[in-house]
Design a protein around this ligand. Structure first.
Ligand SMILES: O=C(O)C1=C[C@@H](OP(=O)(O)O)[C@@H](O)[C@H](O)C1
Ligand SMILES: C=C(OP(=O)(O)O)C(=O)O
Length: 429
């Protein structure tokens, strides 16, 4: 297990670009593979999670070339995938496993999905349940709750499904199965989760209708390959935004970040805490809003975070916790029990790490209360094998008094290869 040590910074200054959006990268491979013709993807995230998806489609007979610039997918059409000869390894990636389960439910073959120990501990009934109702035969450990999952796909029937959780993985899995189902498939969710599948499937030619509270897809579409430009991942940019806000004397420009409104909860929250973040040069690329973000150090204040903003910032809570730890007052997070079933229990992991850094944190079943301090203490932080915890505690270390060591940092490569080097390039000491 690798670890590294972070020294305090005196400023974060300069201009960066972050790697491509992970959610959009996964979907570009999946939808490109089941479309007819060529899909060319630029800005593809070469992180372990998106590469697990890419390898899974190669294992199902799809030719995918990568010249280091552009990923080219030779689409096989809606019914062109081949039965994989071995278990499909989703690594650490919940998105790969859940979306693939939906897609494989509609294939006329047998497949098995597995992943690392973190992924094999995550809940899968949320997709297995509704997909079984559509007619798929899926079994797994713990009565179908946990991977490995064995999927015998076949002819599906459209359903109407009210998801108890606001989850783009659940929604997208059912939408993908819906492409193979008779009739229409409807998914409703309590609050709107990221809508990349809706946007991208429509652009590929699927009939996708959104309405307040849900989405409807129609079976048997003709999908056509296209060119996709993947924007920078706002979830990766979040670490740099928080770093520039909390380290005094900072001014950082982050270029080309995806600012889809279903992903900008982090901007609403950090601005609500008093963060100075400007959106510049707003534009649209491949049907996704994009902007440059100018971030300057700010005096932050606590806020209450709950309700519809939670799914719009779901992956950013570890870094939000760091901002809250340095804000004046007590930040209260509610309605965020989903954080307990990510790569690790992110509520418990951040509470543990922030306490080591001298912060008072109270856990609740669906959130936490964090009382800000004037400065953090250097400490020995643990990633718990979770990339976002590792990067958040790296950012925390930039403002600590003394050095912060972070253990088990290899996981960062799941979503953000080159994170440390990019950060060191803008840190002033
Ligand atoms: O659909 C996606 O690409 C994702 C959806 C979210 O998961 P949930 O749908 O489980 O909330 C998010 O946490 C994950 O990083 C990516
Ligand atoms: C939760 C995450 O990803 P996934 O669910 O795809 O593993 C994440 O990247 O923070």
């Amino acid at each position: 297990m690798q670890s590294y040590t972070v020294e305090p910074a005196t400023g974060i200054r300069g201009e960066i670009r972050v790697p491509g959006d992970k959610s959009i990268s996964h979907r570009s491979i999946m939808f490109g593979s089941i479309a007819s013709g060529i899909t060319r993807v630029s800005g593809f995230l070469r992180g372990e999670d998106a590469l697990a998806t890419l390898e899974a489609f190669r294992a199902m007979g799809v030719q995918i070339d990568d010249d280091g610039e552009t990923v080219t997918i030779h689409g096989k059409g809606l019914h062109g995938l081949e039965e994989p000869g071995d278990v499909l390894d989703c690594g650490n990636s919940g998105t790969s496993m859940r979306l693939l389960t939906g897609l494989l439910a509609g294939q006329n073959f047998f497949s098995v999905l597995s992943g690392d120990k973190y992924l094999r501990a995550r809940p899968m009934k949320r997709v297995v349940g509704p997909l079984s109702r559509m007619g798929a035969r899926i079994s797994g450990r713990a009565g179908g709750e946990k991977a490995p999952l064995a999927i015998q796909g076949g002819q599906l029937t459209g359903i109407e499904y009210d998801s108890p959780v606001s989850s783009a993985q659940v929604k997208s899995a059912i939408m993908l199965a819906g492409l193979y189902a008779d009739g229409e498939t409807v998914v409703r969710e309590p609050h709107l989760s990221r809508d990349h599948s809706e946007r991208m499937l429509r652009a590929f030619g699927a009939r996708v209708e959104t309405f307040p509270g849900g989405v409807r897809v129609f079976g048997g579409p003709e999908l056509t390959g296209r060119d996709i430009v993947v924007p920078g991942d706002i979830s990766s940019a979040a670490f740099f935004m928080v770093a520039a806000l909390i380290v005094p004397g900072s001014e950082l420009l982050i270029r080309g970040v995806g600012v889809n409104p279903t992903r900008t909860g982090i901007l609403d929250i950090l601005k609500g805490m008093g963060g100075d973040i400007e959106l510049l040069n707003e534009r649209e690329e491949s049907g996704e809003p994009v902007a440059d973000l100018l971030v300057r150090s700010s005096k932050l204040k606590a806020m209450e975070i709950s309700g519809e903003v939670v799914p719009r910032a779901i992956d950013e809570f570890p870094s939000i916790c760091v901002a809250a730890a340095l804000a004046e007052g007590t930040t209260v997070v509610r309605d965020a029990s989903e954080l307990r079933v990510k790569e690790t229990d992110r509520i418990a992991a951040m509470a543990d790490n922030l306490r080591r850094a001298g912060v008072t944190v109270t856990e609740t079943p669906d959130g936490m209360e964090i009382t800000g301090v004037a400065s953090l203490k250097g400490c020995a932080a643990d990633s718990f094998g979770d990339h976002r915890i590792a990067m958040s505690m790296t950012v925390a270390g930039l403002t600590a008094k003394g050095n912060t060591t972070i253990s088990d940092v290899e996981c960062i490569a799941t979503s953000f290869p080159g994170f440390r080097e990019l950060l060191e390039g803008v840190v002033r000491r």
